[in-house]
Structure formats: structure tokens, C-alpha cells
Design a protein around this ligand. Structure first.
Ligand SMILES: NC(=O)c1ccc[n+]([C@@H]2O[C@H](COP(=O)([O-])OP(=O)(O)OC[C@H]3O[C@@H](n4cnc5c(N)ncnc54)[C@H](OP(=O)(O)O)[C@@H]3O)[C@@H](O)[C@H]2O)c1
Length: 277
């Protein structure tokens, strides 16, 4: 039976894939889990598996393609727990394959930018007061090796759309956000890091259009290291390729680009500038 460690984690996109594996592991390690996704049946199944292993978990459904749902998720989290020691922004959608057409979120934004990046940006910002109160605490943004510089003249990819480009710019946006947030959180006891978990893990996303080359266990090992390991204590603002600290696309280290993305994200997410410091 898992002995409670008194800590609570929210793992977005933990109804499937690598997020599910990470949630199960945290549950076994004594964390109270807030399991998230859209699919209620799979959500209930993950909760049941955690409970069966002696852990504690609840499922919160929210569709991250609508900012109103992100706000609702944040409200539900704050009603459910008085502390949040770990937030893993893991939920995501793939490229949609070579024939994939451009899609928009409920708010009219390019869908991959909205689901893979903007929802996690807003969720982290809304939950920051709770996370700061729980320090030492960690945020992990699950990005990817697939990265492409954001074209600030056409962030919503209205020209020359490709699903791969959309996926890659959304994944790089997560890295820019991580570096920016880490600097903002210096001295608060909250660290934020990002990673490429593993290449072509055997998940729904990969099986849709490609051939798996690695396992969710491998990806979960890398995520768990950033989420709970002793060696990551106090380390922040870093990008990892699996277990190795690595360099992301050059745009991640361009302070002006990060500032532009932050200002745009605050505006798109409907946040007041005063809340961003
Ligand atoms: N697979 C890889 O090889 C690989 C490589 C690099 C990075 N990554 C990253 O790893 C993360 C997890 O990927 P995965 O391969 O484990 O994917 P997956 O098996 O397809 O699982 C994706 C998860 O995200 C959730 N999700 C998707 N769209 C959502 C939405 N609109 N609202 C709420 N939840 C949503 C899904 O929940 P529901 O099904 O319940 O909606 C599911 O739990 C992603 O951020 C991905 O970009 C994966």
C-alpha cells in the first residue's frame, strides 16, 4: 500500500500515454493525484488503478481547447486541494498527420498553439498562488525535441500551415515560457523545467501517424526525474532531452522573443498584465 507523503500533484493529460504512466507512479509513491483529461471513462480507470495500489486520486475533466475550461479546471483544483506541490503540463495533441488541416480552438486560436501551449501557460498562471504557497514546489512542462521558431507575424499560422509546424511552434513556446517563468519565480522555492520525454513513445499520439520507437516507461523516467528527483532540487529554467540537459532551439534564448510571447499570451489568455509581474 502507498503511504501518503502529504503532497498533491496535478498531471494534465493523465488519462492516456506518458501522463497516465507518470500519474500511476506518483500514486504509488504516495502522492495524491489530480488526474486530468477529457475522457471520463479513462479518467475513472486511472483513478481506480491508483486507488487499487493504495493511493489517492480524483479525476477532473476539462477540454483544454477552450480557455473557459482551463479556468474551470483551475477553480476545480483550488476547490479540491489546499496545496499543489507539483504541476505537470503534459496534455497535448500531435501534428495531425501530413494531411491534417488547420483547426481552431473554441477561442478562435490555432488549435495546437492553444492546447499544447496557451492552456498550460494560463493554467500555471492561475495556479501560481497555490503552488507558491506549497513551496518547495515544481512545475514541469512536457515539450518535445520537435521545435520550430515562432513567426510573430503569423503566430496563428494562417499562411503555409502544416501540422508539423503547428506542433513544433507550440512545443517551442512551452520552452520559452519555462525559461521566462523560472526567472520570474527565482527565490520563491518554485522551480520550472521542461523536457523532451522520449522519441516516438508507444502512445495514441504516435500510433495515429507513425511507428513507436520507445516506451512510455522511458518517457516517464525522464519526467519523474524533473518532477521528484533530489538531483533536480533548486534547478530551474532548464531544458532536457530525456535524462540529459540539452540546448533547445535558439529562439528559446532570445529574451526579446520570450518577452513578445509573454505579452501576446497574457493578451490571448485574457490576463491582466499586473498579474504577470
Ligand atoms: N509520444 C511521444 O513520443 C512524445 C514525444 C515528445 C513529446 N511528447 C509530448 O508528451 C505529451 C504526452 O503525449 P502522449 O504521447 O502521452 O499523448 P497521448 O497518449 O495522445 O495522450 C495525450 C493526453 O493529453 C490529453 N489531451 C489531449 N487533448 C486534450 C484536450 N484538448 N483537453 C484536455 N486534455 C487533452 C489526452 O486526454 P483525453 O484523451 O482524455 O482527451 C491524453 O490524456 C504531449 O505533450 C506530447 O507533445 C510526446
Amino acid at each position: 500500500m502507498a503511504k501518503s507523503n502529504g503532497k498533491t500533484a496535478l498531471v494534465t493529460g493523465s488519462t492516456d500515454g506518458v501522463g497516465r504512466e507518470v500519474a500511476l507512479r506518483l500514486g504509488r509513491d504516495g502522492w495524491r493525484l489530480l488526474v486530468h483529461g477529457r475522457d471520463r471513462e479513462r479518467g475513472k480507470e486511472v483513478v481506480a488503478a491508483i486507488e487499487k495500489a493504495g493511493g489517492a486520486a480524483e479525476f477532473i475533466a476539462a477540454d483544454l481547447s477552450a480557455l473557459a475550461e482551463v479556468r474551470r479546471l483551475s477553480d476545480a483544483v483550488q476547490q479540491t486541494t489546499r496545496r499543489l506541490d507539483l504541476l505537470i503540463n503534459n496534455a497535448g495533441i500531435g501534428s495531425g498527420g501530413p494531411q491534417g488541416a488547420r483547426q481552431e480552438s473554441a477561442d478562435g486560436y490555432e488549435l495546437r498553439f492553444a492546447v499544447n501551449y496557451l492552456s498550460g501557460f494560463l493554467l500555471a498562471r492561475l495556479l501560481l498562488p497555490l503552488i507558491k504557497k506549497s513551496a518547495p514546489a515544481r512545475i514541469v512542462n512536457v515539450s518535445s525535441l520537435g521545435q520550430q521558431a515562432i513567426d510573430f507575424a503569423d503566430v496563428m499560422l494562417t499562411h503555409d500551415y502544416s501540422g508539423m509546424r503547428a506542433y513544433r511552434q507550440s512545443k517551442l513556446a512551452q520552452i520559452l515560457f519555462t525559461i521566462d517563468l523560472a526567472a520570474e519565480l527565482a527565490g520563491t522555492g518554485v522551480t520550472v523545467n521542461t523536457l523532451h520525454p522520449a522519441t516516438f513513445m508507444n502512445t495514441t499520439m504516435v500510433r495515429q501517424f507513425g511507428t513507436p520507437m520507445s516506451t512510455v516507461e522511458e518517457g516517464a523516467d525522464a519526467i519523474m526525474r524533473l518532477a521528484v528527483s533530489r538531483e533536480m532540487e533548486g534547478k530551474t529554467g532548464l531544458y532536457f532531452n530525456g535524462q540529459r540537459e540539452a540546448e533547445a532551439d535558439a529562439q528559446a534564448y532570445d529574451a526579446a522573443a520570450r518577452q513578445k510571447l509573454k505579452a501576446l499570451s497574457v493578451e490571448l489568455a485574457g490576463l491582466k498584465t499586473t498579474t504577470t509581474g
